[in-house]
Design a protein around this ligand. Structure first.
Ligand code: BGP
Length: 464
């Protein structure tokens, strides 16, 4: 591996910081949604707000050279007028200075889903004004941190928060409405392009990209109907983010299909030009699994998501488009995520062939229930998961893909959105019951050895 390859873990502000109302932070849409619905929340989470020093030191001690995290918009911008909260900036300066102290390269996301509630109250991503507000927030961040950060990304996973928030309805704001989904998707991609534009115009050093929840698509067979279903699935899952961010264009066949049933007049020529002219420098791909599909011709759209950790609750069937199916030969987690490292290899090669941009694997991990009261969590399943996925990355690199980093999700245990803290991903165990005690898991030491061996410790194999 190249000596500049970035090895680290990733987190997100809402999922780890806690301190939800400290130092003049205003509520985010997630704070309000979870409080109002009386659901487990991230009020305290991993208390990274107060324990960042220990957390970043542990990254260094674990052999890592980078940390991917997000900035919280509601910590930094106080209101719709765009006033800046200096205390919010100060917090991230402390994080960045600690990264520097330990020689950890920051890899920073501007938006990991915590929209300020004052914007949600005006319609959130359905309100076009939020695009300009995002641009303002991005500019504030570039100005404040431009000399400390060289790796920026605009959004984390537009597909995931838009589909879940506006189509499936399991995330705030909880809509199940295709027209709203399209408007939110468009506004997010336009806002992302505005963020890229402001970065370039400001002449800041470094590079800017976007992070996508990548689910490469496979079909159950090679028939024409399955191939058509695969294209629908790829457009729904991947292309409206990656084509738009990397090539500057929404997939034309997707827009023409949608235009038959929905109003697409919200797409404006001058804004599409901004999207075309402000494509990203690199792409970040979060990989948990692929999407295996077959045609879905009968019945209505059915979408549901497993937040209970009881197998069999996830469903994705989109009328006339595709049905997501399971491969009975592969293992799945209790949350219905198929373990399929070959999908990462295939997906990386596909993304490289298609976009020819540098790629960072910005999240990869496995979420499980774990007893963290023991002296050390022996998470051999996580070690084997990471081994197989890093092997997939190496195979893709051998075939020419330009991959520059790998981030385990997550650096340490944190709050997992609607799944609460029982679904654990961390390299470091956090005992939420016991004063947030941090204890490295076996995977943390394995990751350290693997990084120190520069990847030599990975057990290599070709996938069938
Ligand atoms: C990604 C998100 C992360 C993280 C991860 C695991 O979609 O970027 O924020 O949560 O998935 O998902 P979950 O916590 O829902 O299991």
């Amino acid at each position: 591996m190249d000596k500049n390859f970035l090895w680290g873990g990733a987190t997100a502000s809402y999922q780890c910081e806690g301190a939800w109302d400290v130092d003049e932070k205003v509520p985010s849409m997630w704070d309000v949604y979870l409080h109002e619905n009386d659901l487990e929340n991230g009020d305290v989470a991993s208390d990274h707000y107060h324990r960042y020093e220990e957390d970043i030191r542990m990254m260094k001690e674990g052999g890592q050279n980078s940390y991917r995290f997000s900035l919280a918009w509601p910590r930094i911008i106080k209101n719709k007028e765009g006033d800046v909260n200096q205390k919010g900036l100060d917090f991230y300066h402390k994080i960045l200075d600690t990264c520097k102290k330990y020689d950890i390269e920051p890899f920073v996301t501007l938006y990991h889903w915590d929209l300020p509630q004052y914007w949600e109250e005006t319609g959130g991503w359905l309100n076009h004004e939020v695009c300009a507000a995002f641009e303002h927030y991005a500019k504030v961040c570039y100005e404040a941190f431009g000399d400390k950060i060289i790796n920026w990304t605009t959004f984390n996973e537009p597909k995931w928060f838009v589909a879940n928030g506006y189509m499936i309805g399991n995330y705030p704001p909880g809509f199940q409405d295709p027209q709203k989904t399209m408007i939110a998707a468009y506004n997010v991609m336009y806002a992302s392009a505005l963020g890229v534009k402001a970065f370039r115009e400001g002449g800041y050093k470094g590079q800017i990209g976007i992070v996508h929840s990548y689910t490469p698509v496979n079909g159950v067979d090679d028939s024409i109907d399955t191939r058509i279903a695969m294209r629908y699935a790829d457009n729904y899952c991947n292309n409206w983010i990656l084509d738009t961010a990397a090539l500057g264009e929404f997939p034309i066949d997707l827009i023409s299909v949608l235009a038959k049933d929905y109003d697409v007049s919200f797409m404006k020529a001058d804004e599409l030009k901004v999207i075309k002219e402000n494509t990203v420098d690199f792409i970040g791909l979060n990989y948990y699994s692929r999407t295996l599909v077959k045609p879905y011709t009968g019945g209505e759209t059915q979408l549901s998501f497993n937040h209970s950790g009881k197998k069999g609750e996830s469903k994705v069937l989109i009328k006339g488009w595709f049905e997501q199916v399971k491969d009975p030969n592969n293992e799945t987690t209790e949350w219905d995520t198929e373990i399929y490292p070959k999908g990462l290899q295939d997906g990386l090669i596909e993304a490289w062939d298609r976009y020819h941009l540098p790629i960072y694997v910005t999240e990869n991990g496995v979420g499980v229930r774990e007893d963290v009261t023991v002296d050390q969590v022996n998470d051999d399943y996580r070690i084997s998961f990471m081994n197989d996925h890093i092997n997939a990355i190496m195979n893709a690199m051998d075939q020419g893909a330009d991959i520059r980093g790998y981030y385990a999700w997550a650096s340490f245990d944190l709050y997992s959105w609607k799944n609460g803290v029982e679904k654990r991903y961390g390299l470091v165990a956090v005992d939420f019951e016991k004063e947030q005690k941090r204890t490295p898991k076996a995977s943390y030491y394995w990751f350290k050895d693997m990084i120190e061996s520069n990847g030599e410790k990975i057990q290599r194999r070709e996938f069938d």
